[in-house]
Design a protein around this ligand. Structure first.
Ligand SMILES: [Zn+2]
Length: 185
């Protein structure tokens, strides 16, 4: 650089940088404490059969390639819903058991969407293995004023360390038919 070159100038932005914020949300599992009350941001349930391995849920991979299935590991169904906690402003992706997904599924059947509804989750049995129960009520905040839903699929794939290029098909509309299929690598 000679003294004739113009000095380098900083480049200003008119908008904050685009970050992958949607995939930063953690998966939240309701424990034995006071439970959790959220306002649902997701319109629907996103569910899949899972195996409990190494202290967490892992997806059951269909198509005869699932190692836990081949070894007889128990298979359970879980669903995930994004929720806003009005007491602290946190947005969380909350894990539901098949049992706890029943009331939200019926709510969706009767109203068309879960978004904006209030979901209460607790384990009344007091143990970590006690069944999770849920209750859904109408919310008081109009859905259009709520924050957007998080990208649950990408959050889960990141959690499970699966590349999202392997994602072949997602169906989220029907509780009985919900599946997240992963292509064979
Ligand atoms: Zn499996």
């Amino acid at each position: 650089m000679t003294h004739d070159d113009p000095p380098a100038l900083p480049e200003f932005d008119r908008r904050p940088p685009v970050t992958d914020k949607a995939v930063q949300y953690r998966i939240y599992r309701v424990g034995t404490g006071a439970g959790l009350r959220i306002v649902c941001l997701s319109p629907d349930l996103l569910g899949i059969h899972t195996h409990w391995i190494g202290g967490g849920t892992r997806p059951c991979l269909s198509g005869g390639v699932c190692l836990p299935c081949q070894h007889g590991v128990r298979r359970d169904w879980h669903a995930w819903v994004t929720g806003y906690d009005p007491t602290n402003g946190h947005i969380r992706i909350v894990e539901l058991t098949e049992n706890a997904a029943g009331p939200p599924a019926r709510w969706i059947d009767s109203t068309g969407t879960l978004r904006g509804a209030r979901l209460t989750l607790r384990r009344p049995g007091g143990r970590k293995t006690s069944p999770l129960v849920s209750e859904v009520e109408a919310g008081s905040v109009p859905a259009e004023l709520l924050p957007p839903d998080a990208d649950r699929v990408r959050c889960l794939l990141r959690l499970w360390r699966l590349p999202d290029t392997h994602l072949a098909a997602i169906s989220t509309s029907d509780l009985s038919g919900i599946s997240l299929k992963l292509r064979e690598a």
